[in-house]
Design a protein around this ligand. Structure first.
Ligand code: FE2
Length: 427
């Protein structure tokens, strides 16, 4: 039996109200065989009182720092990372659509080994910023499915250090893409699900016409039901307020009874839609219980490109969705790829951006902000059962260089330690 006692922590579970003010008593955390077995003050004394020998177990003093569940990055493209400077890949206009074109024109030389090498660097960057759960899209509009093969191999190889979910994602469209042997994007998405991808992807706003986009939403829901998979759609990633695929996706998910398994990523068009439409849509979103993933830095950079001034910010309605009780989580989306030249996996920075862009800066909202990176992320991933600071759950947590959630956000603090199944990954 392996036992570790972590002492002197301020604890923030990520749940509403767990702000871990620095005035609260310090807590200890007991971990046995990789599972949380107790939380509370004075566990060292209790352990000895029950006949335990502290000298025989590992005791780690956390020095009054803030402990929270590991961060989730619910939207990333690990197959794209560090390709921004490839010859021909440079995105001159800074638009989403040139990014897709550049990627399409330069992706033919990818290999499984090369993708894995880059993706590992990206994962390491994320993990050093406290991330332990990542949902990555894998472009399957490639008859060889090279990206998917690479990321599925990594998922298995790295499962003890990071939880990877892989989306079978048709970057060039389900019905706009046609492969060299006539394969449709939809057929390749299905092939990806058979190979082991966790989620069905889609990109309706990129399809050649509205009908193709709508057709793709029906296909996404049919495939998810057929193979019992999650859904994560790049949905309405445009400033066009008439791009309303999130409505169809939500309605289909609601009818199929699979809303909590569905994520609408980006949904930038909601930032341009009028309030009357959003008011009506909110009722459906609440009934369907779908999740949203927002990538604030990416869309701040990519959107508003056809605007002069006033120039739109490009992000979805994080504040309004949250106030309506809809689950919203966050993603880095890109690390130096044809869509975005920066991105280092620092989810505290992503959070900082979204709090500013969504104007969520009341003291209550700041105190509550870690939920976007923690419990909301785990909800999007459908992994809440195995996630969180509760006895009986896997002992996964991170230690932040702060003594309260407010100070963590205020200082844009760094991550001091990451623990997975009781084992310290780094410190
Ligand atoms: Fe994306």
């Amino acid at each position: 039996m392996t036992t570790t006692l972590f002492t002197n922590a301020h604890i923030a579970t990520g749940e509403p109200g767990s702000t871990a003010a620095s005035t609260l008593p310090l807590q200890d955390i007991l971990v046995t065989d990789g599972v949380f077995t107790a939380f509370g003050p004075g566990l060292a004394q209790q352990y000895e009182a029950q006949g335990g020998d502290l000298a025989a177990i590992e005791v780690v003093d956390l020095g009054g720092k803030l402990v929270c569940p590991p961060f989730c990055d619910t939207h990333l493209h690990l197959d794209y990372v560090f390709t921004a400077r490839k010859p021909g890949a440079v995105n001159e206009s800074g638009t989403l659509f040139e990014g897709i074109q550049r990627w399409s024109e330069t992706k033919s030389d990818l290999t499984v080994d090369e993708i894995k090498q880059r993706a590992k660097i990206g994962i390491k960057k994320e993990m050093l910023h406290g991330v332990q759960l990542i949902r990555s899209h894998a472009d399957v509009t490639d008859p060889n499915l090279t990206s998917l093969k690479a990321l599925l191999e990594l998922k298995e190889e790295l499962k003890d250090t990071v939880t990877l979910q892989i989306v079978s994602f048709p970057q060039e469209g389900m019905y706009s893409y046609e492969g060299p042997h006539g394969e449709s994007g939809a057929e390749l998405v299905e092939e990806g699900l058979k190979m082991g991808a966790d989620c069905v992807g889609g990109i309706p706003h990129f399809e050649q016409c509205r009908e193709f986009g709508e057709h793709s939403m029906h296909t996404v829901v049919e495939l998810a039901s057929k193979y019992d998979k999650l859904i994560d759609v790049h949905c309405d990633e445009t400033d066009d307020p008439n791009s309303r695929y999130v409505e169809l996706l939500s309605a289909l998910a609601y009818k199929a009874g699979i809303g909590p398994k569905v994520t609408a990523s980006h949904t930038c068009s909601l930032g341009s839609a009028d309030n009357a439409y959003f008011f009506h849509l909110t009722k459906l979103l609440k009934a369907a219980h779908i999740n949203f993933a927002c990538a604030p830095t990416e869309n701040l950079y990519l959107q508003g490109r056809q605007d002069t001034f006033p120039k739109r910010r490009g992000i979805t309605r994080v504040k309004e969705l949250t106030e309506a009780g809809v689950n919203v989580s966050l993603g880095q989306d890109s690390m130096q790829d044809p869509w975005y030249p920066l991105g280092n996996g620092n989810m505290m920075l992503i959070l900082d951006y979204v709090l500013h862009l969504a104007q969520m800066m009341s003291f209550e909202e700041i105190d509550d902000a870690l939920k976007f990176l923690t419990v909301n992320g785990a909800t999007t991933l459908g992994l809440r059962d195995m996630y969180g600071l509760e006895t009986g759950k896997p002992a996964n947590f991170i230690v932040l260089d702060a003594d309260s959630v407010f100070n963590a956000v205020y200082e844009r603090c760094s991550v001091l330690r990451s623990v997975r199944a009781g084992r310290t990954l780094f410190t």
